[in-house]
Design a protein around this ligand. Sequence first.
Ligand SMILES: *Cc1c(COP(=O)(O)O)cnc(C)c1O
Length: 497
Amino acid sequence: MQYRSTRGNRGNSLNSPQAIIKGLAADGGLYVPTSFPQVKLPLAQLPTLTYQATAELVLSWFFDDFDQAQLQQVVNTAYATQWDDANIAPVSDRHGQNYYLELFHGPTLAFKDIALQVLPRLMTKSVTIEKINREIIILTATSGDTGTASMRGFSDQAGTQVIVFYPHGGVSPVQLRQMLGQRGQNLTAIAIEGNFDDAQTAVKKIFNDQQFNQRLLANDYQFSSANSMNIGRLIPQIVYYLSAYGQLVQRGAIRNGDPINFVTPTGNFGDILAGYYAKKLGLPVNKLICASDENNVLTDFFRTGTYDRRRDFYLTNSPAMDILVSSNLERLLFDVYQEDNQAIQKLMAALNTTGHYTVAKQVQQQLSTTFAAGFATQDQVIEEIKRIYDQDHYVIDPHTAVASFVAHQYQTNSGDQTPTVIVSTASPYKFPETVLTALNGQQPTTTGLVAIKELHHQLQTPLSANVESLFNEGQRKERVIELAVMENTIAELLHLS
Ligand SMILES: *Cc1c(COP(=O)(O)O)cnc(C)c1O
């Protein structure tokens, strides 16, 4: 299986280990298969397969440069006892009209663990396959979830180091606790004086600094990236869409072959794109519903065909979805434009220079046969958490609440009765301050671990082992630096000559 850039020629391709190590193509495009796997999805078997077996199957379709024993080792170690639930991604009972696909039973309590337990393992194997004897430096800017999940995934993975930059005072108390509590010898998290955008821009600049890259090579290091554009993160996410379907068949909620809907809380468009790939592989998906918060650039896009980033940016109570440029959308466009890389180049150039683009009419029409979209305001998020709790004593986090609200609104407006799965991306204990506000009608006086205790006390349900472990981790001292010294700090950390 070869991979090419969404903006480059088909002939210019890499194998999967190379694409995983590179992360992003040099022309700015994203790696996609040169020909999408033509497989017969074993639909009837899905209900009987373990999560690990399903994962091994999906990975073998996309990453056939790895042998079966390697893939098996990857999934069996990625989805092992670090998960609170033996099903890895269990589907809840029906609450209200809908099921909730719980993707938050991993070590950092959010769905990024699903991919970031796999990617580091694929990365170390890729390095071996490609016979690279340099150490891989994963450089990341994070507003919270990506940083913690990357550190956890790469912790003590041989031949790798992770350096995470986050905005000082700009991540949640629980996320800060998670980052400073990481134990691996190869992990560093550093706060910068600035906001997330500052961190992100500076990291991109360092990535593209030719001189600095040369210096790294001379010291037997090379950069790579664990961000959600990496194909090694996207493919493992297809698995839970298949697994959810199998679980619903197994419990008799649907019959094999029946269509279902998914509603996905969306930021960078990686999660929902994996759902699209699952449908492309043959999963009976009726609608994929793209749920956004007040940064509703995607809602407008699916409704009008115009993507327009020229708007105010809001920091909301669903911070992982506060995004105006959803990078993975490019892979969807590539598919609906029938792999026309020049068309993609033009759209992305327009986005870059003018801040907006409009897709062709028939493309918009085609998208609307599969996708619907909606958004929730912060107040609606609060109300939705309360509504679902009052109805059923089921507690959801703010990101999940965005999707839950959009699902309810869509079902009311469209009358669509298709069985629907809400993709639940974070544990309510990861955002206890917002959840307590919703349940009690007022902001709690506590934050972080104390707020978790308060929520636990109120709900009277046992804490999972992964939530418990937050209380047992030691804490490193926070280190804060100026933006201007980021590159020097990396050089110092790596003892570059
Ligand atoms: C990252 C994240 C999202 C958004 O997922 P994308 O793949 O970026 O669309 C939603 N919810 C949570 C909790 C996340 O961490």
